[in-house]
Design a binder for this molecule. Structure first.
Ligand code: NAD
Length: 519
């Protein structure tokens, strides 16, 4: 592990950014203005490297949310009328600016979340790509279908649902925010964004970039604060038509309850305990690379991480030994050092949660084959960890740890592997390694997951649906699927003037057609 005072140019930029951007604190962005919380209250966000204060942040509450929701409501009246071609231009400008400032975004994201800089630059450029992808779809977002019927032309069109709330988590906040905000804007919705309190920094940068790109005032609003304050108020606000939420499963339940009175439409991207299943006929070198990457990259703080590896009995010992060896070699250290593979976990509370599973594993009778320790005296550093000898009913196999911690479980045959893979409350992603073509299809179709990768780690194509089943979510992001959430589908039926209307009040009982019988 390298925890020394580093001297990379990233540190010079980090120091400059601390002085220029963070020292004055973070404010809300409402109706095109940077404003303090109406209450005047603030909270601090901390650096995961040593848990000292990184920045002071305006603490939003119901009053700030109300102001932002009204701004979004007012702006919606004009934004929904802006042509798709114009929305396209603005969204491309946003993508251009994100690309220009990718290094700054990456450094701030690393400082705020503890994610290694080597991954954050790509996360920033992926954010730009999300804007480009939806920019190009803005002109056709409203397109519908033609559904002719006898005597009628039916056609559908899609219209933006209105102002929406976007609530995001702390793990890779910039990229995740662009997933939600780009399609919402392309659809013609306006947005109130409530980022996570543990990593609020890059949401500010995104708001600044969108403003600079010419997004009209009030179309995007940002309110910082805690989940139970600003977050809850957003989910309850009557002017907000829908909530796009990424976060924990239990928070999803709260939001569903909070949104019940105003009948909020919800889209949930929640937790996971994703299996990666390795059969003995697989390309084991490639499988090893993918297994190691999908749990130890992004600090293991990644919803699609493959945190349970199911390995066929005959190769279990050797394969787990190879994972353990790789885990021990992973470079843990300063997130701004380009050589670092794992940085510190985001917050002491999350750090304690992850550490607690090291005790749980031992109490449950599993073996800590690698890691299982905190690293260093200061900051939230943990060693990449592998638990072996685990059974699927153990907590370490059932609960989302959300850190660089992998649980390995043996299986004997395909039927057992599928039963184990599906025996969790989650169902976000599944990964499968085999060279048997028919088994690959059979198994993939039987896996209870929203997304399955065969002989691959998570390599996502933007038009494809992203989301989970069971406790991992409701709804899909990506491609046209996002527009189904941010837009209402309307059917317009136009008579060709040839159909007969049943006549009431003319003395004899009318007959009606079965088409007229629909209530
Ligand atoms: P979290 O649920 O604690 O917080 C997420 C956001 O919700 C934060 O902005 C928080 O302030 C807000 N919030 C909390 N309580 C709220 C309430 N009552 N009403 C409204 N908002 C509230 O999640 P987290 O710890 O920030 O993120 C980690 C979780 O996110 C993990 O479970 C992870 O799997 C999940 N995640 C899922 C995906 C996915 O695509 N499925 C992607 C990334 C992260």
């Amino acid at each position: 592990m390298t925890l020394s005072e580093a001297t990379h140019p990233n540190h010079d930029l980090a120091r400059q950014l601390r002085d220029s951007r963070l020292s004055g604190g973070l404010r809300h962005f409402i109706g095109g203005q940077w404003v303090e919380a109406q209450s005047g209250r603030t909270f601090d966000a901390h650096s995961p490297t040593d848990n000292t204060r990184l920045v002071t942040v305006a603490e939003g509450d119901a009053a700030d949310i109300d102001r932002a929701a009204r701004a979004a409501h007012d702006a919606f009246q004009t934004w929904k009328e802006v042509s798709g071609a114009e929305r396209r231009k603005i969204l491309h400008r946003i993508a251009d600016l994100i690309e220009q400032r990718a290094q700054e975004i990456a450094v701030l994201e690393s400082m705020d979340t503890g994610q290694a800089i080597r991954f954050m630059k790509s996360a920033a450029t992926r954010g730009a790509e999300n804007f480009r992808f939806y920019a190009d779809r803005a002109p056709s977002a409203q397109d519908g279908q033609s559904l002719p019927a006898p005597g009628f032309i039916n056609y559908t069109l899609r219209q933006p649902i209105g102002p929406v709330g976007v609530i995001t988590p702390w793990n890779t906040p910039f990229m995740l925010s662009t997933w939600k905000i780009a399609p919402a804007l392309a659809a013609g919705c306006t947005v109130v964004h409530k980022p996570a309190e543990w990593s609020p920094v890059t949401a500010t940068l995104l708001a600044e970039i969108m403003d600079e790109a010419g997004l009209p005032k009030g179309v995007h609003n940002l309110v910082h604060g805690f989940g139970e304050g600003a977050g809850k108020a957003l989910t309850e606000h009557p002017l907000i038509q829908a909530i796009a939420f990424v976060g924990e499963t239990t928070t999803g339940s709260h939001i569903m309850r909070q949104g019940a009175d105003t009948l909020k439409r919800v889209h949930f991207e929640l937790g996971g305990k994703n299996p990666v299943v390795v059969f003995d006929d697989a390309d084991l070198d490639k499988a090893l690379d993918a297994v190691v990457f999908m749990i130890y990259s992004l600090n293991g703080e990644r919803c699609t991480s493959s945190s349970r590896v199911l390995i066929q009995e005959g190769i279990y010992d050797e394969f787990t030994a190879r994972i353990a060896e790789r885990a021990r070699n992973i470079r843990v250290g300063d997130p701004l050092d380009p050589e670092t593979e794992i940085g510190p976990l985001v917050h002491p509370r999350h750090f304690d949660k992850v550490l607690s599973y090291f005790d749980t594993a031992q109490q449950e009778g599993a073996t800590i084959a690698a890691g299982g320790k905190r690293l260093g005296e200061a900051g939230n550093y943990v060693s990449p960890t592998l638990f072996t000898g685990a059974r699927n009913e153990m907590k370490i196999a059932q609960e989302e740890i959300f850190g660089p911690v992998l649980t390995a479980i043996p299986f004997s045959d395909e039927a057992e592997a599928l039963a184990l893979a599906n025996d969790v409350r989650y169902g976000l992603a599944g990964y499968l390694w085999t060279n048997d073509l028919t088994r690959a299809h059979r198994f993939a179709q039987g896996l209870q997951a929203g997304m399955v990768w065969v002989n691959s780690e998570n390599v996502r194509h933007l038009p494809t649906p992203f989301g989970g089943v069971k406790n991992s979510g409701i709804g899909r992001d990506g491609g046209d699927y996002s527009f189904e959430f941010y837009m209402e589908t309307k059917n317009i039926a136009v008579s060709l003037g040839t159909h007969k209307t049943a006549r009431l009040g003319v003395g004899k009982a009318p007959t009606i057609t079965k088409e007229e019988a629909d209530a």
